[in-house]
Design a protein around this ligand. Structure first.
Ligand code: GLY
Length: 305
């Protein structure tokens, strides 16, 4: 049994480990762990602690993938909801669809008994308001939000520099290989913007026969390259895990136009190997690792490319 997650997963990783040790279903354990991350205001890129969009509204994205059945549940730009990974799992379990967005996702949440949550914490509201007042002139402020947001979107690209998310990946010979993701996305994103966390093949992909990958940071990069699917397909075609990840990184590095940014890839194969690589993200990137030979989870440095 192997469990990987990014460093932001710290509030929930121990719970997931505990549940896996007790024999829980892998996706249930990961969704429960992510629920703790989503509820933790000190994690500034996921759920309750995240930053709002340009209108000062929180819109969260999440997904789960069962690598054995290749069933997926995904939600995007969901308002008023903190446990969005659990909502994504409910989409997978209760609907014939893969993905719900926006008000439809919120409607489904209410139908199945999720509370309507206040997701924006006071600190995020204050920082958002201060930046708005710094960026707009008096006339724009008076008309806000009835002003074009696109010019503002180009001028202010994620000022809080939050492109992380939370990603979990579990791999077990018996229980299969599965993934779960959750994020509030970029600070100051254009309303309705989806990152890669809810997009199958970009921010996540799992196939229990071969392996899985989950990505953090700039979703605009992994969506252009279908990064997670590329890795799993390369494994299927016989590449080693390192070769598969390096191929995905080569594809990211080929991008030269449009918005460019860093990506962190977390990947594992069906033989129990794992790779976590940092492609052009600032600072030291670390990740959580636990396998059933380890007494405690370890925080390890990613390989920088
Ligand atoms: N990878 C998270 C995002 O792009 O929103």
């Amino acid at each position: 049994m192997l469990l990987l997650a990014n460093a932001e997963a710290w509030p929930g990783f121990p719970l997931t480990v505990e549940m896996l040790r007790a024999g829980a279903d892998s996706l249930d354990a990961m969704v429960a762990g992510i629920g703790r991350v989503e509820a933790e205001p000190r994690v500034r890129s996921v759920g309750y602690g995240g930053w709002p969009n340009m209108l000062g509204a929180m819109e969260c994205d999440a997904a789960v993938m069962n690598g054995t059945t290749r069933e997926i549940g995904s939600v995007g730009a969901v308002p008023d909801t903190i446990p969005v990974a659990a909502l994504a799992q409910a989409v997978m379990q209760r609907l014939p669809h893969v993905m719900l967005t926006g008000t439809g996702a919120r409607r489904f949440a209410s139908e199945i008994g999720f509370s309507v949550d206040e997701v924006l914490i006071e600190d995020s509201r204050r920082v958002w308001r201060e930046r708005l007042e710094a960026e707009l002139d008096a006339e724009q402020l008076a008309r806000f939000p009835d002003i074009p947001l696109a010019p503002l979107s180009r001028a202010i690209t994620d000022p809080e520099r939050v492109r992380d998310t939370t990603v979990f990946l579990s791999a077990d010979r018996r229980r299969g290989i599965h993934t779960a993701t959750s994020t509030s996305g970029w600070a100051w994103k254009y309303p309705g913007r989806l990152g890669d966390s809810p997009i199958p093949g970009a921010g996540f992909y799992a196939d229990s026969r071969y392996g899985a990958a989950v990505c953090t940071h700039t979703g605009e990069m992994t969506m252009r390259c279908a990064t997670a699917r590329t890795i799993v397909l390369a494994l299927k075609l016989g590449r080693s895990l390192r070769e598969a990840v390096d191929l995905a990184v080569e594809e990211l590095a080929e991008l030269a136009e449009g918005f460019l940014g860093g990506v962190v890839i977390h990947a594992a194969d069906a033989e129990g190997h794992h790779e976590v690589v940092n492609f052009r993200c600032e600072g030291e990137i670390r990740y959580w690792l636990w396998d059933d030979t380890m007494a405690e989870p370890e925080l390890r440095p990613a390989r920088t490319i």
